[in-house]
Design a protein around this ligand. Structure first.
Ligand code: NAP
Length: 275
């Protein structure tokens, strides 16, 4: 990735995390350029990281090997269309982190055959613990794939999917996934308060237990299923709780919930494309 010039269009939360992650990983600030219409966001990025900033999106396309589109999905079309001519001439790698925006729409809006990598990061990317699914169209070279992975690795882990339709599954799993765990923490906090713990103790207990379990699962060679079995003695307290989850078909609920997220992701992709 050394020697690559990386540009951002949109300098909000996600771009800030990526810029911070890249610089923490030793990427030179002088090779990073950010465009935004929000001068305050630009001033903070410049002051905090020493990156080059501009209000001119064309300047980023002209001076970057990789252009990362980090604007909201609903403005992608209006941002991309005026840049089409330049992108077709300069042929940078286009990376889009805009949720739900499909590669075929990006290519249509720039009006040509360009190398596009679609990225679906999740919110923990903001604290460098993200999970990002990546999809490359046929114009992306092996070297460009490596560069795209290395960029998103700056804010967590990455994996490639082999068909764009699978990005809807990524959305249902890791994209929406943090909210599933927040809901579990919320429910544990409320139940612990009902059992007599102080609210602040209950919240800390729920959050730290989730963190501890995730850390253990991450560091262990065993699957979550084995780890669960290891802490469940017959006739014990954990078994009593897990019996209740089983009777209420918790796994079936997850299946149904994630199918609903998957379906909604497909619908939203269609809607953005028609916008
Ligand atoms: N945040 C997450 O955890 C997360 C997770 C997964 C995917 N994403 C995706 O990441 C993308 C960015 O999200 P974000 O949370 O970073 O959004 P954000 O904080 O709102 O950042 C977007 C930035 O783009 C600027 N902008 C708007 N129109 C522009 C234009 N025409 N040219 C240049 N800049 C323009 C916005 O300025 P104004 O504020 O003045 O409008 C804002 O500073 C979204 O597409 C989202 O779907 C985010």
């Amino acid at each position: 990735m050394i020697g690559q010039k990386i540009g951002f269009i949109g300098g909000g939360n996600m771009a800030r995390s990526l810029v911070g992650g890249l610089i923490n990983n030793g990427f030179p600030a002088g090779f990073l350029r950010v465009a935004d219409i929000n001068t305050e966001a630009l001033a903070t990025l410049q002051a905090d990281f020493g990156v080059t900033t501009t209000q001119d999106n064309q300047d980023v396309v002209q001076n970057s090997d990789v252009v990362i589109f980090a604007v909201k999905p609903q403005v992608m079309k209006q941002v991309l269309e005026p840049l089409g001519g330049l992108i077709n001439r300069a042929q940078p790698l286009i990376m889009s982190i805009a949720a739900g925006v499909r590669e075929q729409d990006i290519s249509a809006w720039v009006g040509g055959q360009v190398a596009v990598v679609r990225c679906m990061p999740n919110t923990p990317a903001l604290v460098s613990a993200g999970v990002t699914g990546l999809y490359a169209n046929a114009h992306v070279s092996p070297d460009q794939r490596q560069v795209a992975s290395a960029i998103m690795d700056a804010v967590g882990i990455t994996f490639w999917v082999d068909g764009e339709a699978k990005m809807d599954a990524v959305t249902a799993a890791s994209g929406s996934g943090p909210a599933y765990f927040f809901l579990v923490m919320e429910a544990m906090e409320a139940a612990a308060v009902e059992l007599g713990l102080k609210p602040e103790q209950a919240r800390k207990m729920a959050i730290e237990t989730a963190y501890g379990a995730a850390k253990m699962a991450r560091e262990s060679e065993n699957s979550p299923s084995v780890l669960r079995a290891n802490v469940t003695s017959e006739g014990g307290t954990t078994a009593a709780a897990l019996d209740v989850f089983e009777r209420h078909h918790l796994k079936g609920l997850f299946r149904e919930a994630m199918q609903a997220a998957h379906h909604r992701s497909e619908e939203l992709g269609e809607l953005i494309g028609q916008s």
